[in-house]
Write a protein that binds this ligand. Structure first.
Ligand code: UD1
Length: 440
C-alpha cells in the first residue's frame, strides 16, 4: 500500500482535478475554432525533470508545470522514495521537490500506470547505489522494452538482475563513465543515462542519443544543478560526472505535442487560433507538413497562429526521431488527413502498434486502411459524429479532433487517457468556440 507524505502534490486541490474512470467527452462538431490557446509546460519534459529531484538533497524548483495526471503519478512515485513534491510560488504552476531518499523500490502499482517511472532507475542507482524497479511491461502502443536503459547502466558498472517482474540493480562501488552507442534512438534511455552519468565517476559519452527538445531541457536543468555536460541538442552527449549536484530553479519548456494538437484543431475545423507560448522551432516537421497540406502558419514573438481558409490536401508523413515528424503527432495528423482532398500515407516507424485510432476514426466515416506500419487515408468530404472509445493518450485526442470537425454528436469514452497529457482540454477548446463538455 502506497503511503505519501501529507504534503505531496495532490494535497493541493487546485493543482490537478482527478478524472473519474467513467468520464466521457461530448462534442457537437462543425464550429470553426477561433481565439487564443495558451500552451502548457511539456509533460514529457516534466517527467524526467521531476526525477532530477532524486539527484540532490537540495531543493529543486520547477516552474511552468502543467496540471496532468501523469505528473501526479510521478509525484506519488517520488513521495514513495522520500521526495516530497509541493506546490510553491503564487502561480499554481511551480513545484518544489526535496527530501532524502528513504526507499529505493518503485512498485508495480505505480510503474504499471506510467511507463516513464523507469526514469527513476538511473537516478537512484547513481545516487544511492541500488534500486528495485518494477518492469514496465507491455503497453497499448507496442511492447516497448527497456533493454537499452539496462545495457547502458550495465556498461556503467551496474549489476542488474531481473526477478519476479522487478529490475534489481546495484552499483556497490558507484557507477563509472562509459562509451555508450545506442543501436537506435531512445528518448527514455538517453534521459535515464544522462541522469545516471551526471553523478558517475569519470566521463560518459552517449552516441546516437535522442535529440528531442525535452532532452535539451533536461540537460539545461542538470547543468543548472552543477552537472558538466557538452553536446546539448546533438546526437553525441558527453557527461563528466561530478560528486554531487545542488538545487536549482528550472522553467519547463512549452509542450510541442499539445501545440501541434491544437494546430491540427484549428486546421481540421477551418478555424484561426493563436497558440500563445508555443515554439515553432520545436515543431519544424509538423509545421512543414501542415503548410504542405494547405494550412497557413504565421510566426510571432510569443507563439504562432494557425489558420485554414481553403481545403486541405492529402500529404504523406513518416514518423521519425526528432527532428523528424513525431510519433506523438501521428494520430492527430491522421484525423486531419481524413478530411483532406485526395489520398495520404502515414508510416509509423517508432512504435509497432500505434494505429488503434484507425477503427475508431473509421466509425466516424473516415476511410483509412492500415497495413503493417503504414496506413492509406482516402479523404472524405465530412466525418459523422459517433460513439467512440479512447485507447491511448494521442489516439484519444485524435478522436477529439475528429469530433470537432464531424457533423453531429460524438461521445468519447475512456477519456482518462486524455487527462494523462492534456491539461483542461475541454476548457481550452470551449474558449475558442467548440461545443464540448465532459459528462461525469
Ligand atoms: C518517449 C515519450 C513518448 C514518445 C516516445 C518517442 C516520454 C515520457 N515519452 O517515450 O511520448 O512517443 O519517446 O518519441 O517522454 N525501445 C527499445 N528498448 C529500450 C527503449 C526503447 O526497444 O530500451 C524502443 C521502443 O519500444 C520504441 C523505440 O525504442 O519502439 C523508441 O522508444 P523511446 O524513444 O525509448 O520512447 P519512450 O522514451 O518510452
Amino acid at each position: 500500500m502506497l503511503t505519501k507524505p501529507a504534503n505531496t502534490w495532490d494535497s493541493a486541490a487546485s493543482l490537478y482535478q482527478e478524472c473519474k474512470i467513467m468520464d466521457r467527452i461530448r462534442i457537437i462538431g462543425g464550429t470553426p475554432l477561433s481565439g487564443t490557446i495558451r500552451i502548457s509546460g511539456a509533460k514529457n519534459a516534466a517527467l524526467p525533470l521531476m526525477t532530477c529531484g532524486l539527484l540532490t538533497d537540495e531543493r529543486l524548483v520547477l516552474s511552468n508545470v502543467a496540471k496532468l495526471a501523469d505528473l501526479q503519478t510521478m509525484a506519488e512515485l517520488l513521495a514513495q522514495h522520500g521526495i516530497a513534491v509541493e506546490p510553491t510560488g503564487t502561480d499554481g504552476r511551480s513545484l518544489s521537490l526535496g527530501g532524502a531518499i528513504t526507499n529505493t523500490e518503485a512498485p508495480y502499482d505505480i510503474v504499471s500506470k506510467m511507463r516513464a517511472s523507469i526514469l527513476v532507475l538511473g537516478a537512484l542507482l547513481a545516487r544511492v547505489g541500488n534500486a528495485r524497479v518494477s518492469l514496465p511491461g507491455g503497453c497499448n502502443i507496442g511492447t516497448r522494452p527497456v533493454d537499452l536503459h539496462l545495457k547502458g547502466l550495465e556498461a556503467m558498472g551496474a549489476i542488474i538482475k531481473l526477478d519476479a517482474g522487478y529490475i534489481n540493480a546495484t552499483a556497490p562501488k558507484g557507477l563509472h563513465g562509459a562509451n555508450i552507442v545506442f543501436p537506435f534512438v531512445s528518448v527514455g534511455a538517453t534521459e535515464n543515462l544522462l541522469m545516471a552519468a551526471s553523478l558517475a565517476h569519470g566521463t560518459t559519452t552517449l552516441k546516437n542519443a535522442a535529440r528531442e527538445p525535452e532532452i535539451s531541457d533536461l540537460v539545461k536543468c542538470l547543468i543548472a544543478m552543477g552537472a558538466k555536460i557538452e553536446g546539448i541538442g546533438s546526437d553525441t552527449i558527453t557527461i563528466e560526472g561530478v560528486p554531487a549536484l545542488h538545487g536549482a530553479h528550472h522553467a519547463i519548456l512549452p509542450d510541442r505535442i499539445e501545440t501541434g494538437t491544437y494546430a491540427c484543431a484549428a486546421a481540421i475545423t477551418g478555424g484561426d487560433i493563436f497558440l500563445e507560448n508555443a515554439r515553432a522551432d520545436d515543431l519544424g516537421a509538423v509545421i512543414h507538413a501542415l503548410r504542405d497540406a494547405g494550412v497557413i502558419i504565421t510566426e510571432a514573438d510569443n507563439g504562432f497562429s494557425v489558420k485554414r481558409k481553403n481545403g486541405l490536401h492529402g500529404i504523406d508523413i513518416v514518423t521519425e526521431p526528432f527532428p523528424g515528424f513525431p510519433t506523438d503527432m501521428q494520430a492527430q495528423f491522421m484525423a486531419l488527413m481524413s478530411v483532406a482532398e485526395g489520398a495520404s500515407m502515414v508510416t509509423e516507424t517508432i512504435f509497432e502498434n500505434r494505429f488503434m485510432h484507425v477503427p475508431e476514426l473509421n466509425r466516424m466515416g473516415a476511410r483509412i486502411n492500415a497495413h503493417g506500419s503504414s496506413a492509406i487515408i482516402r479523404g472524405v468530404s465530412h466525418l459523422s459524429g459517433a460513439q467512440v472509445m479512447a485507447t491511448d493518450l494521442r489516439a484519444s485526442v485524435s478522436l477529439v479532433l475528429a469530433g470537432l470537425a464531424a457533423q453531429g454528436e460524438t461521445i468519447i469514452s475512456r477519456v482518462y487517457h486524455l487527462d494523462r497529457g492534456y491539461e483542461s482540454v475541454e476548457q481550452k477548446l470551449a474558449a475558442c468556440g467548440a461545443n464540448i463538455e465532459r459528462l461525469a
